[in-house]
Write a protein that binds this ligand. Structure first.
Ligand code: ADP
Ligand code: MG
Length: 295
């Protein structure tokens, strides 16, 4: 039977917008010693928008957006949706053989030409070189926290330009991290599929010193495993399909209730109903109190 103290903890949580799927999780979160946060959609709002388009050689900004949107219109990724939205009234062409590679990018054929959109590592598999001046511009955008995706086209592919994507840090992210540190959480890290520069810029803004960037979904899971070896009880906070393996592996998986994907919500043990990050501190508090009373 569930202890009455646990039930009141769960009820208390529910009233404050924290959904505990069961009582065991309430106790576990009270023991958390390390927490891993996903970046996009978790520490940030995930409501991404095209911030800037830069084209090279004979291409215009419109050419870059139009080519990228032709393949991204098949994508469910927030970056893809933002690109399609920005392309708006440009006449989009259809694409075939579109393949989305999670955590990397998307490739397809539009107007008989191959189109590649994704991070630098991904696009470099298709083109011989990334123009140096564009690389420098991309780097300075990344240092401002923008995510830069590269666009290339052609059967012998050549870079058309880059699209910088902006995403806002959640207003309560920094205070949440401060509060968690005050509660004595020993290790707080960021896990992201995004690049180093962008990740560090967001981490700095919210007060996280340890960053793991350019991770694939299975890499996120690996980091959780390693944290568990050192800290035993580890929480993971995420929203995406790419967070699901890590959420399942974590001692306590926490999903964002509004921006979270279905898979993340189903996999998590705790759901933050209104995406209110700061409720994690409340959950830890409730968990600790329930232990104190049980003992
Ligand atoms: P996060 O872990 O921050 O939620 P993802 O793992 O979803 O990020 O993606 C990591 C990176 O892969 C993105 O920052 C982007 O550079 C690239 N990427 C993934 N999907 C796409 C896409 N559909 N179009 C362009 N780039 C993409
Ligand atoms: Mg995410």
């Amino acid at each position: 039977a569930i202890m009455p103290t646990l039930l009141s903890g769960i009820a208390n949580g529910a009233r404050q917008g924290i959904l505990f799927k069961n009582g065991a999780q309430l106790e576990k979160i009270g023991k958390v010693r390390a927490i891993a946060f996903d970046k996009t959609g978790t520490l940030t709002t995930g409501q991404v928008q095209v911030f800037q388009v830069i084209s090279v050689s004979e291409y215009t900004k419109q050419d870059v957006l139009k080519a990228a949107a032709s393949v991204e219109s098949y994508s469910e990724h927030p970056i893809g949706k933002a690109i399609v939205q920005a392309a708006g009234d440009l006449d989009l062409v259809g694409a075939i053989q579109v393949q989305a590679i999670p955590g990397q990018g998307i490739v397809g054929i539009a107007q008989e030409q191959q189109v590649i959109v994704g991070n630098a590592v991904f696009v470099q598999k298709y083109v011989t070189n990334l123009p140096e001046e564009l690389r420098e511009m991309a780097q300075s955008l990344e240092q401002e926290g923008k995510t830069v995706v590269w666009v290339a086209q052609g059967n012998i592919a050549e870079v058309m330009g880059v699209i910088a994507i902006a995403d806002e840090v959640r207003s309560q992210a920094a205070t949440t991290i401060t509060r968690l540190k005050k509660l004595g959480v020993e290790q707080i890290v960021m896990l992201t599929g995004d690049n180093q520069e962008t990740a560090h810029s967001v981490a700095k803004a919210v007060g996280i010193d340890r960053v793991y960037a350019q991770l694939l979904p299975e890499d996120k899971l690996d980091v959780i495993r390693r944290l568990q070896q050192q800290y035993q009880t580890v929480a993971m906070v995420g929203d995406g399909i790419n967070d699901a393996p890590a959420l399942a592996q974590a001692s306590v998986g926490i999903a964002m209730g509004v921006s979270g994907s279905d898979v993340a919500l189903e996999t998590a043990d705790i759901v933050l109903m209104a995406d209110r990050l700061e409720k994690i501190a409340v959950a830890i508090h409730l968990g600790r109190r329930s232990q104190a009373i049980v003992k």
